[in-house]
Design a protein around this ligand. Structure first.
Ligand SMILES: Nc1ncnc2c1ncn2[C@@H]1O[C@H](COP(=O)(O)OP(=O)(O)OP(=O)(O)O)[C@@H](O)[C@H]1O
Ligand SMILES: [Mg+2]
Length: 136
């Protein structure tokens, strides 16, 4: 369990995670509303050195960041109604794209997540900070 004392530390955690990421890695982020998943993702994007966000027809459902060491495909399953909808926006193609996939609320459609996904749980602590731990 890692304590994240403020927003900057949440972003820094994502930057640190980015160092070890390899093409094809899938990051599954779990945790309540406001637990820090998006800020951790910002850190990963920054850590990989991405310089541009690509808008696609599905840009409200998947955000693509390019220009860094690896492309990043950022999903938020909270906004998606069903596993079928995720598949419909090209999930399998993203998995095959040799980039990094980061999914907020991955537990909503856990069956879609590949076996090699790295799962992390974020939480709000009693004092209003955040914590993150790797799930098994
Ligand atoms: N370690 C921290 N301590 C205190 N506040 C934090 C910390 N990390 C992030 N925050 C703040 O928490 C708020 C929510 O963060 P964020 O949007 O990343 O959460 P989220 O898990 O993505 O939420 P959602 O489930 O709604 O997508 C932001 O205002 C952010 O600044
Ligand atoms: Mg979020």
């Amino acid at each position: 369990m890692t304590l994240l004392a403020n927003t900057e530390e949440t972003i820094a955690w994502g930057r640190e995670l980015a160092i070890s990421l390899q093409a094809g890695d899938v990051i599954a982020l779990v945790g309540n509303l406001g637990a820090g998943k998006t800020h951790a993702t910002k850190g990963v994007v920054a850590g990989l050195g991405a310089t541009a966000q690509v808008s696609s027809p599905t840009f409200t459902l998947v955000h693509e960041y390019i220009g860094g060491r690896l492309p990043i495909f950022h999903f938020d399953f909270y906004r998606l109604e069903s596993a079928e909808e995720v598949i419909g926006i090209g999930w399998d193609d993203y998995l095959d794209a040799s980039g990094i996939i980061i999914v907020e609320w991955a537990d909503r459609f856990a069956d879609l997540m590949p076996a090699h996904s790295q799962w992390y749980r974020f939480a709000v602590t009693d004092d209003g900070a955040r914590s993150v731990e790797k799930m098994l």
